[in-house]
Structure formats: structure tokens, C-alpha cells
Design a protein around this ligand. Structure first.
Ligand SMILES: [Zn+2]
Length: 158
């Protein structure tokens, strides 16, 4: 049974009375996936939240006798753009150092720093929230936003 509404909700992993109520109601109906409007739903993150994002860096030899390479991950400072079900869309500043300061973030070819990863590979970071444009969901401070975005400050106030 897939409780679609629970994806990306802070109560998703633990006990939730709202989900128990739904479970009881649909019992025996043969439903395999359900989505409903839940007043208890609280997204894990809100746009603009500061997080650490666990990102793949590269394959490295980790002292194995036969030169076997293993994937290396690093924790990079990121800003939440939006929640996408069980995943989260983030912005990581290109060339930002990871928490160990051994690596820097290299966006994928042609990328501008936006990454989409499972919520489980993120955790809250102790930093201020950043303004996200309500018009286009870009960080408003990003270079190029004003040209890219069709929403002007005037539109946003109106
Ligand atoms: Zn915008």
C-alpha cells in the first residue's frame, strides 16, 4: 500500500493517526495506492531552507588490494527549492566546498547547480533561509534571475 500523501511529510516515517484512519477506511477494498488531502501534513522542508546535501563526488580507490574503486560522497551546503514527493530539488552553489573542505561541488555538464535527491540524503543545516522567487522557484539572488523570470517585483506585490 502506497500512501502518496505521506511522501515528504515529517510524519511519514513514524506513527500517524491520520494515516491510520485512512488505512481503516480503505481496508479490504483492494486499493494499492492512495492520495488524499491531509490536514496533518507538514512538509519536511520549506522552500529556502538551508540543508546539507549528500552528493556523489567520484570513484576512488579505498585501499582495496585489487584497486577496486568505491563511490565517494560529500556533504555540500544547499538551499531547498521545492519538495518533489519523496525527493527534494536543491540548489548548490557551483564550486562550494563540502563539509570536509576536501572537494568542491561541480555541477553536471551544462547544469547550473540544481540537483534532485531523495530526502534521506539531506539534513537541516544551521544557516539562514534564503528567499525563493514565488514566480519561478529560483533563488532570487541568482545571477540571471531577473532576465529569466517573467515576474517583476511589481507583479509579486500586486
Ligand atoms: Zn522568479
Amino acid at each position: 500500500m502506497t500512501y502518496q500523501t505521506c511522501r515528504g511529510c515529517v510524519h511519514g516515517a513514524g506513527f500517524c493517526q491520520a494515516r491510520e484512519n485512512i488505512k481503516a477506511k480503505v481496508k479490504g477494498l483492494g486499493i494499492t495506492s492512495i492520495k488524499w488531502k491531509c490536514v496533518w501534513r507538514r512538509p519536511v522542508y520549506l522552500p529556502g531552507d538551508a540543508v546539507w546535501a549528500r552528493l556523489f563526488i567520484q570513484y576512488e580507490e579505498q585501499g582495496h588490494p585489487y584497486g577496486i574503486e568505491e563511490p565517494v560522497f560529500g556533504d555540500f551546503p544547499a538551499t531547498v527549492i521545492k519538495m518533489l514527493g519523496s525527493k527534494v530539488l536543491l540548489f548548490v552553489e557551483p564550486q562550494a566546498p563540502d563539509s570536509s573542505e576536501e572537494y568542491v561541488f561541480e555541477p553536471n555538464k551544462g547544469g547550473n547547480g540544481h540537483v534532485k535527491i531523495p530526502i534521506g540524503r539531506t539534513r537541516l543545516r544551521d544557516a539562514g533561509r534564503e528567499p525563493i522567487c514565488p514566480g519561478c522557484s529560483w533563488l532570487t539572488r541568482l545571477k540571471g534571475h531577473e532576465e529569466y523570470c517573467r515576474f517583476t517585483p511589481k507583479d509579486l506585490i500586486a
